[in-house]
Design a protein around this ligand. Structure first.
Ligand code: RP5
Length: 168
């Protein structure tokens, strides 16, 4: 673990409080894996200065990954990635108007040079972004590696122990 176990290693940010319904799935996964993280609402268009400050300080504050969820014209992950060398994991939040296709394309279609790792639309993407962040940390944090391995084993056991779909 890091010298200070409370030091956040993952920044979990989202464009609006309304994204929490989706992004809570990342938070609960990080919590279950024992990954220290912080949560912030940082809006690319409503609080652009906060976004810049957050990204500029991310590396020196010890963040090793930023999970950024946004919906619609979802600039947040790309703008963060433009301003920090900390890897940014983008989660397209399912929008009402276009079911998240707008969010997905806004996040995934970064021009070459500034990458954003992009996950599935909605809850699955939020959950997988957390698992991916944990995998990034696993080589330096043995407790996270063990928690991740145990999670995957439990997941396998659940399928193997319930492999007849006729049995409820
Ligand atoms: C984006 O606009 C947010 O990420 C959110 O998904 C979407 C809608 O925001 P609200 O109008 O609900 O605050 O910036």
């Amino acid at each position: 673990m890091a010298a200070n176990p409370k030091q956040a290693l993952v920044g979990l940010v989202m464009g609006s409080r309304s994204d929490w319904e989706t992004m809570q799935h990342a938070a609960s996964r990080l919590e279950a894996l024992g990954v220290p993280f912080e949560v912030r609402v940082v809006s690319a268009h409503r609080t652009p200065d906060v976004l810049f400050d957050y990204a500029a300080a991310a590396q020196s504050r010890g963040l090793r990954a930023i999970i950024a969820g946004a919906g619609g014209a979802a600039h947040l992950p790309g703008m963060l990635a433009a301003k920090t060398a900390v890897p940014v994991l983008g989660v397209p939040v399912q929008s009402k108007a276009l079911n998240g296709m707008d969010s997905l394309l806004s996040i995934v279609q970064m021009p070459a040079g500034i990458p954003v790792a992009t996950f599935a639309i909605g809850n699955a993407g939020a959950s997988n972004a957390a698992l991916f962040a944990a995998a990034m940390l696993a080589s330096d944090h043995v407790d996270v590696a063990q928690a991740l391995s145990a999670f995957r084993q439990r997941q396998s056991d659940e399928v193997a122990g319930n492999d007849d779909p006729r049995v409820p």
